[in-house]
Design a protein around this ligand. Structure first.
Ligand SMILES: *Cc1c(COP(=O)(O)O)cnc(C)c1O
Length: 400
């Protein structure tokens, strides 16, 4: 009861930070699965895998319980020696670094550009001065594409040693192709992501053998899953050839994901509209830096996040002013090296991670999701302008 009231109170926020919309068609699809008597991994998983693969231009897709599990699985499929060094951006979600630990490997933190928030050939090369990486996890932060081949070359790695964290990148294109056609690309269907299921993930790959290995390993390493064992004519026999995870997606989740895909083009179009509306309202605002985005030839931003930079140490003031007007914002991310566990469990460069430290002080993620209304975007921009002005006591400031 108390929980229900808290949830209702949260819903009265004028501009919530995030929204999880499960379409009526997806709810119907979920109800059909519940009524069918088969709710765990089964035929709907295969259907969602093929529809998702087609959406992102992938040869193979393996549905998993989360992006975090997907990153672990993709790293395990490389069969690296225990404790092998794996590069990762420090400006990422903690789960992506936990996945490197889960795979029995050693995370090595890479700095980001202080303006774009992205890892660059220079920051990667800097991290490689003291370690020779065995693999790398790259993140398309906010939905902004990084050039995977360029970063792989900077790390001295072949492309198959690079795992893409595409948690923000449903709808991102790199160059002329959607993110998803690489050798191991991990997506998230967490409640706030561009294709929400609530929980769930997918690994796409261009390698048939790697897909087959991940398909077995996601479910205990069993050579036949329950659906196939219980099919008419199926056998109860199976083998386990090596260590596996419990990281399968259920048919209930897959039915929702498959139905949600039909709305994805409209949702992405709306995200682009909102980003353009923010751009127009904030471009001339002194002391506010707009998010980096690729040039047309470099790719397409998915606008999972709209992270602006606030100059002059005023980020916390601005965030509090917005909160006072019931506009919720967030920060993506607290750099991993600011979290106590990772300070001791990761390899950090001796001269620090200055780009990430700098941008972290400035970042605010503004609300962006398909059902965000224009008047909510405008209210957010008005409040941001007032907050930046009041932070400076009317003083002009250098633009970012
Ligand atoms: C959300 C997120 C993840 C984790 O996704 P899950 O599906 O919740 O495991 C990983 N990396 C980044 C950058 C994320 O934002």
């Amino acid at each position: 009861m108390v929980l229900g009231e808290d949830v209702r109170a949260a819903r009265t926020t004028a501009v919530p930070f995030a929204d999880c919309w499960i379409t009526p068609a997806a709810r119907d699809a979920a109800a059909q699965v519940l009524a069918s008597g088969w709710v765990t991994s089964g035929p709907l998983v295969g259907l969602f895998e093929s529809s998702f693969a087609a959406t992102v231009g992938a040869a193979h897709a393996v549905a998993v319980s989360s992006c975090t599990a997907g990153i672990e699985l993709a790293l395990r499929s490389l069969r690296l020696p225990a404790g092998a060094p794996v590069l990762t951006s420090t400006l990422t979600f903690c789960g992506a670094v936990q996945a490197i630990h889960h795979a029995g490997l050693q995370p090595v933190l890479v700095d980001v550009d202080k303006v774009t928030g992205l890892t660059t050939p220079e920051t990667v090369a800097r991290a490689c001065r003291t370690v020779r990486p065995a693999a790398m996890v790259v993140v398309h932060w906010a939905g902004d594409p990084v050039d995977v081949a360029e970063l792989a070359a900077a790390a001295g790695l072949t492309p198959d040693r690079v795992v893409e964290d595409a948690a923000h990148a449903v709808g991102t294109w790199q160059g002329g192709v959607p993110v998803g056609s690489g050798s191991a690309v991990c997506f998230s269907f967490y409640a706030t992501k561009n294709l929400p299921i609530g929980e769930g993930g997918m690994v796409t790959t261009d390698d048939l053998d790697r897909a087959a290995w991940m398909r077995t390993t996601r479910l205990h390493g069993m050579t036949a899953d329950a659906w196939r064992r219980y099919l008419p004519g199926g056998s109860w026999r199976y083998d386990v050839e090596e260590a596996g995870l419990k990281a399968n997606l259920t048919d209930l989740q897959a039915a929702i994901g498959h139905a949600q895909l039909a709305s994805l083009p409209d949702w992405q179009a709306r995200r682009h509209e909102i980003a353009a509306r923010y751009d127009a309202a904030l471009a001339e605002l002194p002391g506010v830096g707009l998010p980096h985005r690729p040039m047309p030839a470099e790719g397409v931003h998915a606008w999972h996040l709209y992270p602006v930079r606030i100059d002059g140490g005023h980020r916390d003031h601005v965030q509090a002013q917005l909160a006072a007007r019931e506009i919720s914002t967030s920060v993506h991310f607290i750099p991993v090296h600011h979290l106590s566990y990772f300070r001791t469990s990761c390899v950090l460069p001796e001269d620090g991670l200055p780009g990430a430290d700098r941008i972290f002080e400035q970042l605010i993620s503004l609300p962006i999701y398909p059902r965000l209304r224009d008047d909510q975007v405008d209210a957010t921009c008005d409040a941001l302008a007032d907050a930046v002005r009041s932070a400076r006591g009317g003083e002009p400031c250098p633009s970012l």
